[in-house]
Design a protein around this ligand. Sequence first.
Ligand code: DHB
Ligand code: FE
Length: 282
Amino acid sequence: MSTETEATAAASGAGATARFRENKKFAASTSTERVGALAGRIIKAVNDTVLDEKVTYEEYNALKAWLIRVGEDGEWPLFLDVWVEHSVEEVANANRHGSKGTIEGPYYIPNAPSQDTPATLPMREDEPGTPLLFQGQVRSVAGEPLAGALIELWHADDLGFYSQFAPGLPEWNLRGCIIADDQGNFQINTMQPAPYQIPTDGACGALIAAAGWHAWRPAHLHLKVSAPGHQLITTQLYFEGDEHVADDIASAVKPELVLAPADRADGHGREVTYDFVLDPED
Ligand code: DHB
Ligand code: FE
């Protein structure tokens, strides 16, 4: 058995929780009124569900036990990013005119090694999978090429594992920051990621099994694309023909985000072109 197959929910959950604590800013500025309004609505929604569905003490206690376990397994980032983040993203990006965004997910790590285009993401010498050339241009909504654009790309490997959240992978495997040329063009060599199953052996997996759902996300590239004077977009790109494009557990697929790579003329894997359009800063 390879070390990668020993990845556990507890390991990736604890990693995602630790990373969240390190990287995210908390909204200490949220007003008393706003906290009261939001918390009140959430509590009311839960109470309405209990009353409408005539929830029993047995079910209530199962919920309590499960919520305790989500924390013990470190799976709050996973739970929220799968079942809630897509709505937060919809609100956040409602007024954009440029490229579509989607959820960040729990596995972003800032400050991956940077390279000028054309680039090859850090990977193992024998990195398994199909090579993928991902290329395109970053432009403004007015159609101007954006010099100094930065493409941060991170994704799972051919087995669906993310570096720094599964054992045995090099620190920056399949993670990089690529600096586009003075016309906003970029060319990045990577490996096609595999469909990703959210960890099934923790609290989220227990919920999925108990509810009769599936745990799959379609294979995806994660991206943060930015340029001076423009709004950063956080997004993901998917692959046509992947059965989970139509039923992503994280509800994060949008039609504009589905790629259709072609076989490369040199027979060396596949290639696809995708251009990004960035909104100006407010
Ligand atoms: C999860 C994992 C992902 O790779 C992602 O993009 C979104 C959510 C998760 O395990 O919660
Ligand atoms: Fe992901």
